[in-house]
Design a protein around this ligand. Structure first.
Ligand code: CP
Length: 323
């Protein structure tokens, strides 16, 4: 596979090179401008049909993909487990093969099972984009986080980024760790031992047990949601206790040697992992992340469809990102 292409599918950042990740971020730059126009549409994917298979709840990712597809002029269909033949016991592959029989081009899939996106990609001809599979990866979330950090600091290399909270259940953490390390950042994680995967240090990250230590070290905190729906045992004593010990609060940040940039992938549990005054404060880039999500997803869809990044860049500002 060329460093200037992504291949057939985007399943995770673990399998991408630094050059491929940078290619996606660079390709997203001209697409940012499309969303700022009065008419937010370019003809880039005219004639392509994309199916969004969302078998797990989503606000940001599902709507962001849908906006990205529509702004690229693709035809889109949304399928949820509820109301589809999945409820009657149809398998994932049978659902996808039936959609392919209607001549689709791409599938964007969110699924509660780790590995579901790869399983599908190996069995259908269409391009597959992983929109979050179980606790495995959420590559477009990490890409939009990287783009947001690059906007803020002008670089990724050398940044000290601490991913805080429920790392155990977090596909966002895994994709961020792969992406940040490949682009030369220093990465740490911080959270209670019960929410930390065994052997996480072997990925090349530092582990902090106290949020105060993480705040002293970091340039950036990426604060994770406590994934209560994936917790089937007593991982934490109580939400109040978690906030008291690990909550990212104004008081804790005031003791930092510098202003820390705050990311959160959403949806947030305000008053659990993050103080509302931090989430809405001057150093939060949480809504900037959401804005960048559309541009990153446009870039991913464009590249998987065979688009050439130099044409996207050349067309910037001319009202037509390259066909
Ligand atoms: N960040 C994220 O994946 O949010 P949603 O679950 O709302 O898509």
């Amino acid at each position: 596979m060329s460093e200037r292409s992504l291949g057939k599918d985007l399943l995770g950042l673990e399998s991408l090179t630094a050059e491929q990740i940078t290619l996606i971020l660079d390709t997203a730059e001209p697409f940012k401008e499309v969303s700022e126009r009065p008419i937010k549409k370019v003809p880039t994917l005219r004639g392509k049909t994309i199916v969004n298979l969302f078998f797990e709840a989503s606000t940001r990712t599902r709507i962001s993909f849908e906006f990205a597809e529509k702004r690229l002029s693709a035809d889109t269909v949304n399928v949820a487990a509820l109301g589809s033949s999945v409820q009657k016991g149809e398998t994932l592959v049978d659902t996808a093969r039936n959609l392919e029989a209607m001549r689709i081009d791409m599938v964007v899939i969110r699924h509660p099972s780790s590995g579901a996106a790869q399983f599908l990609a190996e069995r259908i001809r269409s391009n597959v984009v992983n929109a979050g599979d179980g606790t495995h990866e959420h590559p477009t979330q990490a890409l939009l986080d990287l783009l947001t950090l690059r906007d803020k600091f002008g670089r990724i290399a050398g940044l000290k980024v601490c991913i805080c909270g429920d790392v155990l259940h977090s596909r966002v953490a895994r994709s961020n760790i792969w992406g940040l390390l490949k682009l030369g950042a220093e990465v740490a994680v911080c959270g209670p031992p019960s929410l930390m995967p065994l052997g996480i240090e072997e990925l090349g990250v530092t582990v902090f047990r106290r949020i105060e230590d993480a705040i002293q070290w970091a340039d950036v905190l990426n604060v994770l949601r406590l994934q209560l729906e994936r917790m089937h045992a007593g991982f934490i004593p109580s939400l109040r206790e978690y906030y008291r010990v690990f909550g990212v609060t104004v008081e804790r940040l005031e003791r930092a040697p510098k202003d820390l940039v705050i990311l959160h992938p959403g949806p947030m549990n305000r008053g659990v992992e993050i103080d509302s005054r931090v989430a809405d404060g001057p150093h939060s880039v949480i809504l900037h992340q959401v804005t960048n999500g559309v541009a990153v997803r446009m870039a991913v869809l464009y590249l998987l469809a065979g688009g050439r990044p130099e044409l996207a860049e050349a067309a910037k500002g001319k009202g037509e990102v390259a066909e």
